[in-house]
Design a protein around this ligand. Structure first.
Ligand code: HEM
Length: 235
């Protein structure tokens, strides 16, 4: 059985760097929400993290610095990836934002099969299936919103005058909403990518870089067709 290259080493590194950054940013971000009526986890996480970093407001200040540094490193990581593999990034963006005839029907049938066990034959999919595309679109759009609103918050006490605090309020709202949107998708992404038995070869490819040909034929038939025609981007 032939193995087909699916991910470049730089794609694998940026994916796991992104996942690790999300983990740190999510935990420290939730730890910063001191108001227990707003924090989905209540008061225990902010209290525990503050205690870990020296307690009280000093602990909160350390937590904020960790969150800000992790956010800036996250952006720098993506800039480094773009410098190394701009072609791969262009291919990724082109693939996730091109929705083809049959994609919507794939999504509806797949959801039907997974929830009530009916849905019929799935139309063939390209490099990404429509579920992966929807999540990738949400993470790109959400990621841009998180970075831009995060930059406003980072600079708020230095550059933004007191008269423009309404602007900062909107940045906080956008920051929360974008994280919520990507996090909702992430729950499905982690289930589909790491737990669903059908997708195991896809999961292994996030470490090895390649998938068996029969997996590609079954899950990404249009991608295999374009590979056979010698027309499948930088992969
Ligand atoms: C434990 C955490 C995670 C696991 C196990 C995981 C697993 C995977 C796997 C196996 C793929 C490859 C799918 C393929 O090409 O066939 C993938 C792709 C991808 N991952 Fe993750 N991932 C995780 C966290 C994240 C996070 C935190 C994000 C962003 C917020 C993310 C965003 C993406 C995107 C955009 C893709 C490409 C599109 C897609 O396949 O959905 N992943 N992930």
């Amino acid at each position: 059985m032939r193995n087909l290259k699916r991910h470049d080493t730089s794609d694998i590194l940026i994916h796991w760097f992104n996942a690790a950054s999300w983990l740190v940013l999510l935990i420290t971000g939730l730890g910063l929400i001191k108001n227990e009526r707003l924090n989905p986890l209540g008061a225990w996480l902010p209290d525990a993290l503050r205690a870990l970093f020296g307690g009280g407001s000093a602990g909160g200040a350390v937590l904020l610095v960790i969150h800000e540094v992790a956010g800036v490193l996250w952006v720098l990581g993506f800039l480094a990836y773009l410098a190394v593999n701009a072609k791969g990034a262009k291919y990724f963006l082109k693939e996730i934002f091109s929705v083809r005839p049959g994609d919507l029907s794939w999504l509806i049938r797949k959801m039907g099969r997974m929830t009530v066990g009916v849905g019929g034959e799935l139309p063939p999919q390209g490099y990404y299936n429509m579920g992966q595309k929807a999540f990738a679109q949400a993470s790109v759009a959400g990621g841009v919103a998180i970075v831009l609103s995060g930059a406003v918050l980072l600079l708020s006490d230095k550059l933004i005058p007191a008269t423009a605090t309404v602007f900062v309020g909107w940045a906080v709202t956008l920051h929360y909403l974008a994280v919520g949107l990507v996090f909702a998708g992430l729950l499905v992404h982690i289930y589909m990518a790491a737990i669903s038995p059908e997708e195991k070869p896809g999961f292994r490819s996030m470490f090895t870089g390649s998938v068996p040909e029969d997996y590609a034929r079954h899950h990404h038939g249009l991608w295999l067709e374009s590979l056979e025609k010698g027309d499948a981007g930088p992969k």
